[in-house]
Design a protein around this ligand. Sequence first.
Ligand code: DX5
Ligand code: ZN
Length: 224
Amino acid sequence: MSARQIKISPSMMCADFLHLEEEVRLLEANGVEWLHIDVMDGHYVPNFTLGIDYCRALASATSIPLDIHLMIENPERHIEPFCTLPGARVTFHPETVYQPVRVIERIRELGASPGIAIDPAQTVQQFQHLIPLVDQVMVMTVNPGYAGQKLIPFCLDKIAEVREFIRCTGLATEIEVDGNVSWVNIPKMIEAGADILVLGTSALFEKHRSRKESLADLRQLLGR
Ligand code: DX5
Ligand code: ZN
């Protein structure tokens, strides 16, 4: 499907909270590259989810690095404890701050890997100049805030747009895709240029299938 090595980042808000340790050990055994942590504040998005205590607990229990997705207002006030977790990647939505460059620099200064997220309502063009400064561009393919939503089709074009910019500029920036990363959508997302798939209720954490079945299908689909 693609010569690129596709990485996976399971969305931990979709995991079974009552069997979290079991979930983490299974993901470790399957060599997942990241654990995706959705942090929501009830302001930037209407929902509340995971926070710093959850991240600390996970970081102390596993060496899989955390892929922290901040869906919060004023991220500059809250980044520090997330950035000091070992090997963390911290992605924020640049429209939530006046000086996104300062936030990117601060994330790096604190020892984390910075990323920017592109909400469906934002264009790639308006944040293109920030791409050389970050390690990851996350293209959101649903409105941020909830698991279990349907793909917004025009967001696939944004993955291709970021991929083209990265190709032309020779950058090593990774493209992550977040939202309705389903069995049907994965090939289209990879085709458009995604490097990292955030896997939530649409694939890995599907209710009617066992985790082991989904992981086996993923291995086959991605050639892992
Ligand atoms: C959406 C979240 C995603 C979501 C993806 O705001 O950032 O992590 O959980 O999972 P599904 O597959 O349910 O869209
Ligand atoms: Zn997310």
